[in-house]
Design a protein around this ligand. Structure first.
Ligand code: ATP
Length: 248
């Protein structure tokens, strides 16, 4: 794609605990306004790649030991996760991580913590989130811990939206959800991409759904990108069909 990249990951290596080399030189690009899928089996390194970008590896004793990460033309490896959120890049973690003992609305409000533009703007964005996710409006006063898996995924994405991001790193949004809800979540990703201009890098094991919504994909195996291309080309690739789409 010829669009200006919003994110480029350049040949990064990630090591956990000083010895375990998990990413062995990963490069990828997300064009501004794109939806890019990072695909691969369990353990391939998808989560590690997203956490390297959002600088969340420290808590897991991981570090980027080689390469560079550029977001909106700025080198960002040394930024804190919060600084990156302020610049417009936020991760929605796998497993969703809503605060179960807070209400849905309180969860959404925690997403605005990096903002300094006042209560009025935040309130308006809360309404925007409820417009995109009518289910969250209905459940606004429920404790998040008592909502369904799909509602928790919506809550996690809604909370990310409250930081007014340009880019969302979405880790395994389909995990644990029934097929119909998976479609619902991906439809919302598409709408947010089109209407709000949010760029997405999404890590998925569900290759089928990811390649229907993404414009471009990368396939990660054991810490290396082994294949990348337009989503349509990947869907028609024989190896992808055999190993990732379950049709021989
Ligand atoms: P998943 O679908 O499980 O999220 P993934 O493709 O996202 O898989 P990662 O979670 O990035 O894969 O893990 C990649 C490799 O790094 C795995 O072999 C995993 O065991 C290892 N790994 C992950 N976190 C750590 C850690 N904190 N310390 C040591 N090794 C780790």
């Amino acid at each position: 794609t010829s669009a200006q990249p919003i994110l480029s990951v350049n040949n990064i290596e990630v090591i956990y605990d000083h010895v375990i080399l998990v990413l062995k030189g990963v490069s990828l690009t997300v064009p501004a306004g794109g939806i890019v899928a990072l695909l691969g089996a369990n353990g391939a390194g998808k989560t590690t790649t997203l956490k390297a970008v959002s600088n969340l590896l420290g808590a897991e004793r991981g570090e980027v030991t080689k390469g560079s990460i550029v977001f909106k033309e700025e080198q960002v490896e040394a930024l804190s996760p919060n600084d990156l959120v302020r610049r417009g890049c936020i991760q929605v973690m796998e497993g969703r991580h809503c605060f179960g003992h807070l209400t849905v609305e309180e969860n959404l409000m925690t997403g605005a913590y990096t903002r300094k533009d006042g209560a009025g703007a935040v309130k308006a964005d809360l309404e925007m989130v409820y417009d995109y996710f009518p289910r969250l409006r209905e459940r606004r006063s429920s404790l998040a811990g008592y909502t369904s898996g799909g509602e928790q995924q919506m809550c996690a994405i809604g909370r990310a939206l409250m930081s007014r991001p340009n880019m969302i790193l979405l880790d395994e949004p389909s995990m644990g959800l029934a097929p119909q809800l998976v479609e619902e979540i991906f439809e919302i990703v598409k709408v947010l991409n089109e209407k709000e201009g949010v760029s997405f890098l999404l890590a998925e094991q569900n290759t089928n759904v990811a390649l229907r919504y993404a414009t471009y994909g990368y396939i990660l195996e054991a810490g290396r990108i082994v294949l990348d291309g337009d989503a349509k080309a990947l869907r028609e690739n024989e190896d992808v069909k055999e190993f990732y789409l379950g049709v021989g």
